[in-house]
Design a protein around this ligand. Structure first.
Ligand SMILES: [Fe+2]
Ligand SMILES: [Fe+2]
Length: 202
């Protein structure tokens, strides 16, 4: 076990300049920004559902409540780790709103395909983060695990309601998954790929 991992296990603070601390700040930044994007997606879909699909409004409102709570959890974990929000939060606001708006106009199947694709992409990132945090930041690991319980519930609900969505849902799914990865890539200026490699190596 390296020094950073031993300090994390023993509850000691890691030096801010350590490679592990830098990775933790990058994880917090992208997760916080991603939750902000999720809030934007669901806001746009809620605006549509109020007029066109009131039957899914309760689920959308519960879900946006979770995303707001996740955003706050990651934001509140930042100061102790000297992390700051992403400077390109506007990309997440605009990108999330556009994704939510476009998919909502494709109807319920569009909404569910959007959620399923986003959550499937997020799920993979969270799994990779947990393997790293288990070695370096147990407190943040607990937060990520709490968040993932909600995200997985969103994914299960969306996939269950996607059945019978037809060709439209099948077409939306890969497009939204790619758009989500692109937003992560652009907002981190390509750091998401290096982050993945750094987490594995650390
Ligand atoms: Fe979330
Ligand atoms: Fe979610």
């Amino acid at each position: 076990m390296n020094v950073g991992a031993r300090q994390a296990r023993q509850g000691e603070a890691m030096p801010e300049s350590s490679p592990e601390s830098r990775i933790i700040r990058r994880i917090l930044r992208v997760n916080h920004a991603g939750e902000h994007g999720a809030v934007s997606i669901y806001s746009a879909q809620i605006a549509w559902a109020r007029r066109r699909a009131p039957d899914i409004l309760d689920w959308l409102e519960d879900t946006i409540g979770h995303e707001q709570k996740h955003r706050e959890l990651f934001r509140s974990a930042m100061p102790a780790r000297s992390a700051k929000p992403c400077r390109l939060m506007s990309i997440w606001s605009v990108g999330g709103t556009v994704l939510g708006w476009v998919t909502a106009r494709m109807g319920r199947a569009g909404v569910m395909a959007c959620t399923a694709a986003v959550e499937r992409t997020v799920h993979q990132h969270l799994v990779e983060q947990q393997a790293f945090l288990n070695r370096h930041d147990m407190e943040l690991l607990g937060i990520v695990q709490t968040v993932q319980v909600d995200e997985d519930a969103h994914l299960v609900h969306a996939e269950a309601n996607l059945k019978g969505g037809g060709w439209l849902a099948k077409a939306i799914y890969p497009a939204v998954a790619a758009a989500t990865e692109l937003m992560i890539f652009v907002s981190t200026r390509g750091d998401s790929l290096r982050l993945r490699a750094a987490m594995k190596a650390a």
